[in-house]
Each structure stands twice: as structure tokens, then as C-alpha cells.
Write a protein that binds this ligand. Structure first.
Ligand SMILES: O=C(O)CCC(=O)C(=O)O
Length: 407
């Protein structure tokens, strides 16, 4: 898809990044994006409709050269600073697996095994801190990607998770999985070129729907269905360039692969949904009070802390997974991950475009009480909190014999 010319050119970050600890990007990705004013560029850029059609057919669509090179360099620089600080703060030492996950993995369905990282084997997940480099219009409300997102999700989507995945050297193959059985979007922004040896994402195009006909309902693939699919259809390794944007259906089957190289492979993951899509049967769950969401975000954090332990090795993979999963539930139901730890400063909020304000309308903003909130939503979330806490209590009673790597 070399025909896409970007429309986003106004990198507003003035930071001059020092040389980041990465191999240089390949020559094709360091070329400056073409001017959006060029008629040739306008003629050759796929339309929103073409992107949407590709997405509906394949379960993903790639927008190449979506971001200016200098902007990506500045984001990468800020990102690695934050990432390395997090790795140092959590103190999990890299591990060599005993189960061969660095070589292959035939398992399917989500069952992450956090070891040497907070996500799975030497792979780290990080929410992006509330900094101007990350809460940037080009990333969250990108002028090429956002029309596609709105065409797929409706006119008022929310960006409820602004996060990242970074497989460090030695990271392993994840189980082949769907992020969710229901329809939602993940926009991946690679901050370095993906190569064969630095843990490229592997996807199974077309696996977002069973019968090839696009819909926005549930598509919960069983273990047997995923196994049959991967036996039939080869996976596609996404050797995508830094600064492209990969929009993928969260129902599409995929996995992170092994990083056999020498450098981490940072990639942003911004999750969008239509608020109506979080339902129990046909009931849309209303967004709970921010104070309730904040309290339960603290519970999720506590579960992860207990799971990680203090020895530099994960004490309980199951508790870390439970904390990660519960954190996602809190963010998804509260329609934002900008909780008490990531409040948006009022001056930053004031500079946001109407699109940004709409996408982040459930975020905590300094000095404001927050958007629409519901007592019913709060009660549902509290009930979920009680269930997760009970499960955590059961797991903790079984520590250290829960199959974890505590030594
Ligand atoms: O970016 C990666 O390495 C894997 C991300 C992923 O698929 C996941 O964690 O669900």
C-alpha cells in the first residue's frame, strides 16, 4: 500500500530527541512524508471508504506513513524514557523460559504467563503517561485514522485505553488469541520498524468473523476453532514501519512473537470502542462514577503488586493476570484509563480539539468533576470488584504453589 500519502504533517513536538537506544529506522521509513497539498498525493491516498472496506474484509487495515518521522522520533524518545523508568521501578529481572516459549508456542486463547515482564515472557505493557507527546492529536485523533474509526464505530467513539506493548529481547510467543470476542478497535503505532527478529505482531487475516461477512456482533472463537483456523490459514507477520498505523479488529486472531534481536520493540496500542458495545445481554452498561472507578483501579493495582512480589521474580502469574484483567475491566466500563494516576492537566485539556475532547470525555481532568456518571454502572462495577477480590483472596491463599515462578 505504498500509494497512501499522509495528510498529517504538523508535528507540534519541539523536543530534539537525543540518539535513542534503537537501531536506526530503515531508509524507506526515514523519508519525509510527502506534502498533503500535492495533487498526486491526494489522488493516490486511499479514501476512508477504501480503508474501511479493507478493514471489513481482512480484520485490519494499515495506514502507511501516517506520522511524520521527527514526531515519531520524539515520541519514541519520550516513550523509552518512561518505559525504562517503569522497568527499573518494578524490578523484574529478564528470564530465560523453561518451557520453550522463546522458540515456539502451539497454545491458543489468552493465558499470558508474566515472567521477566508484567505482561508475559519479557514483554512489558505500559499505559502511556499523561504527557503532551502521548496525548497528542496525531496519535489519538489522527486525521487519517479517525474518520476510519468513526466509520466503523459510529460518530462518538471513546479512546478508553492508551497503552503500549514492548517485547524486550528474549520475549516469547504469546498464545494465539483474540483480544475480545466483541467488536472494538486497537490502533497499533510501531515506534520502530518491525522486523523478522524483533517480535513482529502475527495476525490471521479474516479471522474477525466466522463466515466472511462483516458484522459488529460477538465472534467468540473456541479453542478448537482457533486451532482449526491456524492449521488452515498461515499467519501473517506484520513487518510494518515506524510511524504507520495498524487498525485492527479486536476479534481478529493474533499474537506477539519472539524477540530474538538485541533491542526492545516498542509499539503503542490505543483502544477505541463505541460505548454501546459493552453490554450484558442487550443492556448497555452505563459509565460508573469516577470515584468508584478510581477506587477499583487501586484494587487492580494492588492485585498486580501482590502478584509481582518483591523478589525481582514474579510471585504469582495468576495474580498478575487477574490484576491486569481487572484493570482492563475497570478501564473499559469507566470508558477511560485516565484515572487518578493519569489525570489530564486543565491547560492541556484546554488545548485539545473537539475530537480529542470527545474521545477522552470520560477522562479525569484536573479541576473538573468529570462527565456523565451512573449509580447503576457504579453498582455493576463494584460487584465486579467484589468477584475479582474474592478470586484474588483464593489465589493468595494458594501462594506460592499456584504454578508460578516464585523461587
Ligand atoms: O505487541 C505485542 O507484542 C503483542 C500485543 C498483543 O497482542 C497482546 O498483548 O494482546
Amino acid at each position: 500500500m505504498q500509494d497512501l500519502m499522509p495528510t498529517a504533517t504538523s508535528a507540534t513536538i519541539s523536543t530534539t530527541p537525543t540518539v535513542p537506544p534503537f537501531p536506526p529506522a530503515s531508509p524507506t521509513s526515514t523519508a519525509s512524508p510527502a506534502s498533503p497539498a500535492s495533487p498526486a498525493a491526494l489522488n493516490s491516498a486511499p479514501s476512508t471508504r477504501e480503508y474501511v472496506e479493507r478493514f471489513q474484509r481482512d480484520g485490519y487495515v494499515l495506514i502507511e506513513d501516517a506520522l511524520p518521522v521527527e514526531f515519531v522520533a520524539a515520541v519514541r524518545h519520550a516513550f523509552m524514557k518512561a518505559m525504562e523508568a517503569k522497568v527499573a521501578r518494578l524490578g523484574l529481572a529478564p528470564v530465560k523460559p523453561t518451557d520453550g516459549r522463546d522458540k515456539s508456542n502451539d497454545k491458543v486463547k489468552i493465558d499470558f504467563q508474566p515472567e521477566g515482564g508484567n505482561h508475559d515472557l519479557n514483554r512489558w505493557n505500559m499505559h502511556l503517561p499523561t504527557q503532551s507527546e502521548f496525548l497528542h492529536e496525531l496519535l489519538i485523533a489522527n486525521p487519517v485514522a479517525l474518520p476510519v474509526i468513526k466509520a466503523l464505530l459510529g460518530p462518538a467513539p471513546v479512546a478508553f485505553l492508551i497503552a503500549s506493548d514492548t517485547p524486550y529481547p528474549g520475549s516469547g510467543f504469546q498464545n494465539i488469541h483474540q483480544d475480545f470476542p466483541r467488536f472494538g478497535l486497537t490502533v497499533n503505532v510501531p515506534l520502530v520498524d518491525f522486523t523478522e527478529d524483533n517480535a513482529p505482531l502475527e495476525i490471521w487475516p479474516g479471522s474477525h468473523v466466522r463466515d466472511g461477512v462483516f458484522h459488529t456482533g460477538k465472534a467468540d472463537l473456541s479453542e478448537a476453532e482457533i486451532k482449526a483456523l491456524v492449521a488452515r490459514v498461515p499467519g501473517k507477520r506484520m513487518l510494518i514501519k515506524a510511524g504507520s498505523m495498524l487498525i485492527r479488529d479486536q476479534r481478529m486472531v493474533h499474537r506477539g512473537t519472539a524477540n530474538t534481536g538485541t533491542a526492545p520493540r516498542p509499539c503503542l496500542a490505543i483502544w477505541y470502542k463505541n460505548l454501546d458495545q459493552y453490554r450484558i445481554t442487550s443492556l448497555t452498561i452505563p459509565v460508573p462514577h469516577r470515584s468508584v472507578a478510581n477506587r477499583l483501579a487501586r484494587v487492580a493495582l494492588r492485585l498486580r503488586q501482590e502478584g509481582r512480589g518483591t523478589s525481582g521474580a514474579v510471585a504469582s502469574k495468576k495474580l498478575v493476570n487477574l490484576g491486569n484483567f481487572f484493570g482492563r475491566v475497570v478501564e473499559e466500563t469507566s470508558a477511560s484509563d485516565r484515572d487518578y494516576r493519569r489525570e489530564i492537566p486543565s491547560d492541556m485539556w484546554a488545548r485539545f480539539s473537539p475530537d480529542m475532547k470527545s474521545l477522552l470525555r470520560f477522562a479525569s481532568v484536573q479541576g473538573t468533576p468529570g462527565g456523565g456518571r451512573s449509580a447503576i454502572g457504579s453498582a455493576i462495577l463494584l460487584a465486579a470488584g467484589a468477584v475479582f477480590s474474592m478470586r484474588a483472596w483464593q489465589l493468595k491463599r494458594r501462594l506460592p504453589g499456584d504454578g508460578s515462578s516464585r523461587t
